[in-house]
Design a protein around this ligand. Structure first.
Ligand code: ADP
Length: 585
């Protein structure tokens, strides 16, 4: 092999041949003192143009200050980031035609006192194409990552949506929490346990699940080892602080810390936990439970994203549980009230019957007295009898309502009943009690007879008429219209009660037939209980009829009742409270 030194080839010739641009710059003046043909090709300046040219000519304007600062630093200290780097650096450079290129640059200092100073040798290679390809690849990767992230967010939203529907579909909190545990074990972790603080303050495990059904029993057994007061159980920490706990890496030391005895430790080891996350269940400012998520997959460590998702899910589950709890409380309160209503009504009935009976007996005796005693006694005893009758009616109404609540239909005593006669009688009774109102009957027929429960229809009429009187405090005319109507369903008896009173506010109108509902314009102003119309609707619908109201606040009201003239299928019963409640919260 022939060996030769660069000197044999001629250093100048090497300098000409080399494909990389080679430039030497003078440190003191920062001007170019050497410029090879490759540099001329790369930058577009001939050697004649380049020699003596400031180095900044080939540096893009936005980098020039940085260059000057670095140069000054180098002049003062003999050090510079670029020169000391020892590896090629990628930088932008400026060509004569103004275009920017990316170059790979290696700098080496040349100390040549003989040549009169210090120089820097720059070897420069054009990497614009490579850089562009790299940038493009990076851009594509970034796009892929963004797309994957968007998909993950999408999946997360879909998951949360699905989980929310599942959670909200039960009103029983243990079912809800077991579903939460199942979802979490299947989709977010490998196993999951849920603890609740009971009213007594005791902590109770209400749900557990494992992705692998064969291991579900092992997870369940964990509840046999409640944490001792001095063990740092993370689930209890969450219950106490209301804040989540994330232990990304669960190691043997953690298991030993929380194990209450050897058996517990063996059980924990058998489950192979690798990562742990616990989040609180909050409702109305109180932490009432905690959910622990455990991964057993060494490649899956929980991080902030899992924490956020678990917290979101726990929030939704807590809301469902709280709703179920409130709903249960409301149910219990309602049934206590109904029981009370029903038993109070029963207890009232007997004494009322005695009062009425005795009043009638005394009335018969009073008839034998001589005036003016007779009139005085008769009047007083008639009032007692009327009051007892009214109270009996109200008690019956209460009993009917309580029956409806328990989902029992009324036992209607159907018999041929004339609605015109009933209306006439009811009007006469109401008129006796008022002088400020004029009650008037407009009947298109002399009689309208159907198979109806007369006593209950009397109650309906008494209710509608007494309301018309009560809610027309200024007095005025009350018209009762009775007519016959016919449609595809058959023949109807229609009765309307029209007053010119206070009317019903628009917001209350849709609910006015519900129990305990009262118009906001009468509350605190005119006494009432809000059960009359509920009873009216109950009786009418059980007869297969309909009741409705048209009203405008301040302009009076018209209640309109339709009863089938020929017996037909009874309209669907009103929902009992239990049915209605299933849709409630
Ligand atoms: P109560 O009269 O004991 O409050 P009801 O069930 O009979 O109970 O009536 C419910 C509510 O309907 C009343 O409180 C009142 O607001 C409204 N209402 C009933 N009848 C009329 C009427 N004729 N005019 C205006 N409001 C009425």
């Amino acid at each position: 092999m022939t060996l030769f030194s660069p000197r044999d080839l001629g250093i100048g010739r090497l300098f000409e041949l080399i494909r990389d641009a080679v430039i030497v710059a003078d440190i003191a003046s920062d001007r170019i003192v050497l410029w090879n043909p490759a540099a001329a090709r790369l930058f577009g300046y001939s050697a004649d143009e380049a020699l003596g040219m400031p180095v900044t000519t080939i540096i893009p304007e936005r980098y020039r200050d940085r260059h000057t600062t670095a140069l000054e630093h180098y002049r003062a200290t003999g050090h510079g980031d670029l020169i000391d780097a020892g590896v090629p650096l990628e930088l932008p450079a400026l060509r004569k035609d103004g275009s920017e290129i990316t170059v790979e640059l290696s700098l080496s200092p040349i100390d040549e006192p003989a040549a009169g100073g210090r120089f820097v040798l720059a070897v420069i290679r054009d990497v614009t194409e490579r850089k562009r390809a790299e940038d493009e690849r990076e851009r594509r990767i970034r796009e892929q990552v963004a797309r994957a992230e968007a998909e993950a967010v999408q999946q997360r939203l879909a998951f949360v949506g699905e989980a929310t529907t599942l959670l909200a579909s039960s009103l029983d909190y243990e079912t809800t929490l077991q579903r939460l545990a199942d979802i979490v074990a299947l989709r977010l972790a490998d196993y999951c346990v849920v603890d609740i603080v009971e009213e007594s303050g005791a902590v109770c495990r209400v749900a557990s699940a494992h992705r692998d059904p064969a291991l579900a029993l092992l997870v369940k057994r964990l509840q046999d080892f409640p944490p001792a007061p001095d063990t740092p159980d993370p689930l209890h920490q969450v219950l106490q602080s209301g804040r989540p706990v994330l232990i990304a890496e669960v190691g043997e030391d953690f298991l030993q810390q929380i194990a209450v005895d050897d058996e517990h430790l063996a059980l924990l080891r058998a489950l192979h936990p690798t990562s742990y996350l616990a989040v609180p269940l909050h409702a109305r400012g109180r932490t009432f439970g905690a959910v622990a998520l455990v991964s057993t997959d060494p490649s899956r460590r929980f991080g902030p994203d899992d924490l956020a998702l678990a917290e979101d899910l726990a929030r939704r589950a807590a809301l469902t549980v709280d709703n179920a709890h409130l709903y249960g409380q409301a149910q219990r309160a309602l049934s206590t009230r109904d029981e009370f209503l029903s038993s109070a009504a029963h207890d009232l009935k007997n004494p009322l019957t005695s009062i009425k009976g005795l009043a009638q007996l005394l009335l018969r005796r009073a008839a034998r007295l001589s005036p003016p005693e007779r009139e005085r006694f008769t009047e007083a005893l008639s009032s007692i009898e009327a009051a007892a009758t009214k109270m009996t009616q109200q008690v019956n109404e209460l009993l009917d309502i309580a029956r409806l609540d328990m989902g029992q239909p009324l036992a209607l005593q159907r018999q041929p009943t004339d609605l015109v006669a009933l209306a006439r009688q009811a009007i006469a009774e109401q008129q006796q009690a008022t002088e400020r109102h004029q009650l008037r009957l407009e009947a298109s027929e002399s009689s309208l007879v159907g198979e109806w429960d007369a006593a209950r229809l009397e109650r309906v009429l008494a209710n509608l008429l007494s309301n018309a009187v009560k809610y027309s405090p200024q007095g005025g005319e009350i018209v009762v219209r009775v007519r016959r109507d016919e449609d595809a369903a058959g023949a109807w008896a229609v009765l309307e009660v029209q007053d010119q009173g206070l009317g019903i506010p628009k917001a209350d109108l849709p609910y006015i037939f519900e129990r305990f509902r009262r118009g906001r314009n009468v509350q605190g102003r005119i006494a009432g209980t809000g059960i009359g119309l509920a009873g009216v609707r109950q009786i009418v619908t059980q007869h297969g009829g309909q009741i409705s109201v048209r009203s405008q606040e301040g302009m009076g009201s018209t209640f309109s009742m339709r009863l089938p003239l020929s017996p037909r299928e009874q309209a669907p019963a009103l929902p009992s409270r239990n049915e209605g409640a299933a849709r409630a919260p």
